[in-house]
Ligand binder design. Sequence first.
Ligand SMILES: Cc1cc2nc3c(=O)[nH]c(=O)nc-3n(C[C@H](O)[C@H](O)[C@H](O)COP(=O)(O)OP(=O)(O)OC[C@H]3O[C@@H](n4cnc5c(N)ncnc54)[C@H](O)[C@@H]3O)c2cc1C
Length: 422
Amino acid sequence: MTTTAGPRTNWAGNIAFGAPDLYLPASLGELQTMVARARQIRVLGTGHSFNDMADSPGAQVSLAGLPPEVEVDSAASLVRVAAGLSYARLATQLDRQRFALRNLASLPHISVAGACATGTHGSGLANQNLSAAVTGLELVTADGDVIELSRGEESFPGAVVHLGALGVITRLILEVVPSFEVSQRVYEDLPLDVLDDHFAAIMASGYSVSMFTDWHAPRLTQLWVKSLAEDGAPAIEGEPWFTATPAPAARNPVPGLPADNSTEQLGVPGPWFERLPHFRPEFTPSAGDELQTEYLLPAEHAVPAVHALHQAGDRIAPVLRICEIRTIAGDDLWLSPAYHQDSVAFHFTWIPDTAAVLPVVTLIERQLAPFAPRPHWGKIFTTPTEELYASYDRLPDFLDLARHYDPAGKFRNAYTARCLGR
Ligand SMILES: Cc1cc2nc3c(=O)[nH]c(=O)nc-3n(C[C@H](O)[C@H](O)[C@H](O)COP(=O)(O)OP(=O)(O)OC[C@H]3O[C@@H](n4cnc5c(N)ncnc54)[C@H](O)[C@@H]3O)c2cc1C
């Protein structure tokens, strides 16, 4: 087993991990022994979360050294995948066997287990988050035992979005669909007040739609429409609500940045995994130098929430790189930010200045408070514990589940203390 000691950070560099050691087991057996012996431990995925959730007061463990298995069961339309694999690696292997995942996040660099642990999502009125595709989990619990959990078991919906608090997920089983093609078009400059009457129609204009604004002016800077190639071009140019201009060349959603790291646009059809993310796997995604925050709330509050954020635009804009608005279909996973509600998500890519950003994050939470926002678990938020309990009625049941698999609190850390209250 390899050990890495010394200073390490998350991808964004805003969190210096306090865990003195990072272990890299080469087999499931090594991992089991290590977990059984550890007093405190947390898994580090690819470290793309913006808070301290992957840190530990004891050790961290990475699954990057375990075999990168991908086993497709064509008859059942399922894939069994090693937890530490990135979506980029999984997607190319799946596509080779003519299968696909229904949706992806804006970047394919993240690990499957890390993404599912936090309820990571893409966009699309009919698309659930990535965790909703999970039908089975293999888990090393605190005492080093390996257990399997499957959809249909009573507590399974509690175990899928787990914040790393139940144990070490070693394999996941995901639903797959036949491979499909997508084409992507970007439009620019849409007045914000168009959303008042047409928010739902615009979001329905593609398989996955993202709106971008910088809150400098009352306008959407860009609209990214990802359509199933079989549906052809989105029928939006002729719509009475549509005054945006098709972008004449490829764009990066972050203002001022070149489009090199962005997926292909201009309506050129291509495989699902090369269009559904905004960013290409071989480049640094997004701006690189940034922080992120995101809140999900019931989709019916989308327009009033846009107005509430617009009122705070003069405080948001100076520390913002870009804001993205997406939709996510509801699910039944206890800690999913889309739990039991079709949702709209307001995402903020900030400049990398925590001290300047945090007060604005709290302001956004106040502005969105009437709409009961649920923060993205993997990004920066200041939501008090009691508000998290008010938003998630199964949080007490999740705590019971965590106590069941981890009675001594081996997988607890400062983040779980803040979010779960113990
Ligand atoms: C540029 C950028 C763009 C992003 N875009 C999106 C987006 O489009 N949509 C979205 O929803 N989010 C997005 N995110 C957030 C990101 O998807 C989440 O933070 C995700 O959880 C990161 O996955 P990871 O593998 O890096 O996990 P990490 O950050 O390493 O870990 C996340 C949590 O999962 C736990 N964990 C990881 N692996 C395991 C395991 N095997 N067993 C048990 N626990 C585990 C960790 O302990 C930690 O608590 C973005 C982040 C970045 C940096």
